[in-house]
Design a protein around this ligand. Structure first.
Ligand code: ME8
Length: 633
């Protein structure tokens, strides 16, 4: 593989919180970026936020915020999410940055000077959700196909980009460069769209309707249409035209998007680049949608999947692995937490986790962690080496062709093979009767795990680096290059201890919680209201835990002495979530006027308030010091 690698994600609209779809695209970009690092290429990775236009203004108003303050706040949510998903972006672009705005105006001037922009009256059907005009043909039953709302007829004078001038050039370019748009189905979709005459693109919005945008440099009464502004981020992020980054990376540009924004990227953007005298990007890589319950995720349906919630529960690598393994790049996939747990238990805890933990434990137990190059090897060992090398070749081929799930399937075949190797070689038997064979088997196992940790690093960087640290490798993470996998010539590897990579997830517990959550939401909405007098019957007070001990014979129950102005004995079912020592000195909220009850022989004179979700049970605590016995209102 030669050259450099420049990867971009869409810049996301700041009118909504980041969700699973945004996380997926950005994780794929990260996996591609890390893979190219592994291949020894110099890489550059850009993501960011799209902050102009009607939608954003509406969202800011809806939130009762000033627009600039709103976009700053929302942009931060995206920017702060990426480190939590271990994203290696080099730059985060915002369309409100002044250098981006200057680049947009520079391109507008270039295209205008060339005579490719004209002013004209226009009447058309406008969808505010998409921020664009629709032709009759594009509408479904007179409605916008994305928003299923009727567009509004708008009549106004605007500036237009002569996109039609570039139609023939674009068709020819796509045909001559078959992997310009990939996978192929999307290339075909674009070519089929281009069979009809291309309309010119309306690239302005009058300021009387919208002020939140980049002003047209040649008419102060207009701002730039959001797509003509947004697409340019891909070059303003590289400091076009003079920037060193632009010179180094533009010819290697790989855009990554979902199919929703195929048209602007496959049609508007190449035409804009051509008009501005800039060479086209190298590849447009298009993936499908994540769906939930076979439908689109949407706020109104309440089925938006929040990446951080899943990462908090299952860990970032399990989440990354699942997304990359489950979706066939280019096609739609259905998301379910059950499927995620299924993969964690089967692929990660069972296959991969067991292989590594068994091998490390045996190396430690039988050879005190010293894994030495063997003097004698057998055919079975040679076969293992061969399998690692063919896996590596297949892996590279799949990764380059966007077949991420295939690359993972191939690695899991190798993992399966290694687990079998353990079963057939029986190192625990060899430890008793054939130390020379044991040495060879452990060496081939640990070398293979090392190779796997290099290949899987783009997908699960944290886990792989943990393995590499346990193996005391000098080169780790992004210092490792593909040839390091081929070499296989360590004289000695040292396993410094056992390792547990992925704990199994209890699917029954997950299901129980889901049911309870559902019941809770239903009961919250259906519960009948109570008057304040009824609520005031409860005597809630702040208490401080003075003493705690488990009740013999019960896993869950803890007997507490709590100072609520006076000392009370309270029996609480919190033993699964808290150990007695961690409770001492904690402030809590106590219901003090409940009728006492006896639990396992101990009289409980009150109840602590707590809440529980999938992440576990937590006590409700005051936000700061409050004297014990103070009333909770
Ligand atoms: O379109 N499945 O921003 P956006 C998979 N600002 N990916 C999904 C997804 C889903 N269900 N939903 C969203 C915009 N995505 C413009 C882009 S670029 C110059 C301007 C991902 O916030 C996917 O990458 O609506 C999709 O293309 C993108 O989010 C749309 O993000």
């Amino acid at each position: 593989m030669e050259g450099r690698f420049y990867i971009t994600t869409p810049i996301y609209y700041v009118n909504a919180e980041p969700h699973l779809g945004h996380a997926y695209t950005t994780i794929v970009a990260d996996v591609m970026n890390r893979f190219h690092m592994l291949m020894g290429l110099e890489t550059y990775f850009v993501t960011g936020t799209d902050e102009h236009g009607d939608k954003v203004v509406k969202a800011a108003k809806g939130a009762g915020e000033d627009v600039k303050r709103y976009v700053d706040m929302m942009s931060e949510r995206f920017r702060n999410l990426w480190p939590k998903l271990n994203i290696t972006n080099d730059y985060f672009i915002r369309t409100t940055y002044s250098h981006h705005i200057e680049t947009v105006q520079h391109i507008l001037n270039l295209v205008n000077d060339k005579g490719d922009i004209y002013f004209s009256d226009y009447q058309g059907m406008y969808c505010f959700g998409c921020e664009r005009f629709y032709t009759e043909k594009e509408l479904i039953d007179g409605k916008c196909p994305d928003h299923m709302t009727e567009p509004v007829l708008i009549n106004e004078a605007n500036y237009f980009f002569r996109m039609s001038n570039y139609q023939d050039w674009l068709i020819d370019y796509i045909k001559r460069n078959p992997d310009f748009i990939r996978p192929e189905r999307y290339k075909n979709e674009v070519l089929s769209f281009l069979k009809d005459p291309l309309e010119d693109l309306c690239i302005s919005r009058p300021k009387k309707r919208l002020t939140w945008g980049v002003p047209l440099p040649f008419d102060e009464n207009y701002v730039t249409y959001v797509w003509f502004d947004a697409l340019i981020n891909y070059i303003s992020a590289l400091n076009y035209p003079e920037g060193e980054l632009f010179k180094r990376f533009w010819s290697y540009a790989n855009h990554l998007i979902a199919k929703d924004i195929l048209k602007p990227h496959a049609i508007y953007w190449p035409c804009m680049l051509k008009a501005a005298g800039i060479e086209p990007y190298r590849h447009l890589n298009v993936h499908g949608y994540w769906k939930v319950d076979e439908g689109k995720m949407s706020k109104s349906l309440g089925n938006v999947v929040k990446p951080l919630e899943l990462v908090d529960i299952y860990g970032v690598d399990a989440f990354r692995y699942f997304l990359m393994r489950e979706m066939v790049f280019g096609l739609d996939s259905d998301f379910s937490e059950e499927a995620l747990v299924g993969r964690i238990n089967a692929d990660l805890a069972n296959d991969f986790g067991n292989l590594v933990s068994r091998s490390f434990t045996m190396a430690k137990k039988f050879q005190d962690g010293r894994v030495l190059e063997p003097e004698v090897i057998e055919e079975e060992d040679r076969e293992i080496r061969k399998e690692v090398l063919t896996t590596l070749d297949d892996y590279c081929r799949f990764m380059e062709a966007l077949g991420f799930h295939k690359a993972l399937i191939r690695i899991w075949e190798l993992i399966g093979r290694l687990n079998k190797y353990i079963v057939t070689q029986e190192p625990w038997v060899l430890a008793k009767k054939d130390r020379a064979r044991l040495k060879a088997v452990l060496y081939y196992l640990i070398q293979s795990i090392k190779a796997i940790s290099f290949m899987l690093w783009p997908f699960m960087p944290e886990t792989c680096e943990r393995i590499q640290i346990r193996l005391n490798l000098q080169k780790r993470g992004r210092d490792i290059k593909i040839d390091d996998i081929r070499e296989w010539k360590d004289k000695e590897l040292v396993v410094s201890g056992p390792i547990q990579l992925f704990p199994r997830v209890d699917i029954k517990r997950l299901k129980k919680h889901k049911m309870e959550e559902k019941k809770k939401t239903i009961s919250v909405t259906q519960k009948h209201e109570i008057g304040i007098e009824e609520f005031q019957k409860l005597d809630l007070r702040v208490g401080v835990i003075k003493h705690a001990e488990k009740i013999k014979g019960s896993k869950k129950l803890i007997a507490l002495k709590v100072d609520v102005g006076e000392e009370r004995t309270i029996v609480a079912g919190i033993g699964n979530a808290y150990s007695p020592e961690t409770l001492l000195g904690k402030s809590v909220v106590v219901v003090t006027n409940l009728k006492p009850v006896k639990l396992m022989g101990v009289e409980s004179q009150g109840m602590l308030l707590a809440s529980e979700d999938r992440s576990g049970l937590k006590l409700i605590v005051p936000d700061g010091d409050i004297t014990p016995g103070s009333q909770v209102r």
